[in-house]
Design a protein around this ligand. Sequence first.
Ligand code: AMP
Length: 194
Amino acid sequence: MLNIVLFGPPGAGKGTQSENLIRKYGLVHLSTGDIFRANIKGQTELGILAKSFMDKGELVPDHVTISMLEQEVHKHSNPEGFIFDGFPRTSAQANALDAFLAKKHTTVHAMLALEVSEEELRERLLNRAKTSGRADDANVEVIQKRIDVYNRETAPVASYYKNQNKYHRIDGLGDITVISERLFDAVNTAVTQS
Ligand code: AMP
C-alpha cells in the first residue's frame, strides 16, 4: 500500500493536487472537508454538527472527525492506498491515523506539505468562492480564522512527520502540472526510502 498525507493551509491546492496524485497512483481519496460537506448536503446529524464549526472557520472536534475518518478507512478492504487530504489537522488526529493504519498493517509513507504565502492563500480562497459556493471561502474574517487555526493547531503536526523522516516540503506556487511533478518526485523518493 501507499499512504500519503497531503498537508497545507486552506487554499494551498490540496484538492487539485489530490486529483493528480489519485490519477497517477490509483489511491483512495479521503478528504475530511469533502465528507463533511457531503453530510451537510444530506442534512445528516454529523453534517449539522460539522456545519456549526465550519461556518466559523473552526475545526470540527477531534472525537467526531477521528471516528468519521476511521469508519471511512475501514470501508475499503483492499485499497492500493489512501491519500489523506485535510487530515490530520491536530496531533491527536495524527496519532489516531497511525493507529488505524497499524490495524491494517500499514503506515503513512509520506507527508507532502504544500507551502504557499498567506497573501496568496487569501487571494486564492476569495477567487475560489466565486465558483465553490463555499460560505467559508467568501468571508475574509472566516478565511483569516482558518489560516490562524492552521498556524496554531495544524502546522505543528508537521513535526510529528519530520520526526519520522516522512516530511517533504513542496513549493505550492507555480503551474499546477509543475507542482504535481514536485509531488510525484517526493512520492518516488519516499517509496525508494521505505
Ligand atoms: P477543507 O475542505 O479541508 O478546507 O475543510 C473545510 C472545513 O472542514 C475546515 O475549516 C474545518 O472546519 C473542517 N475540517 C476538515 N477537515 C478537518 C479535520 N481533519 N479536523 C477538523 N476539522 C476539519
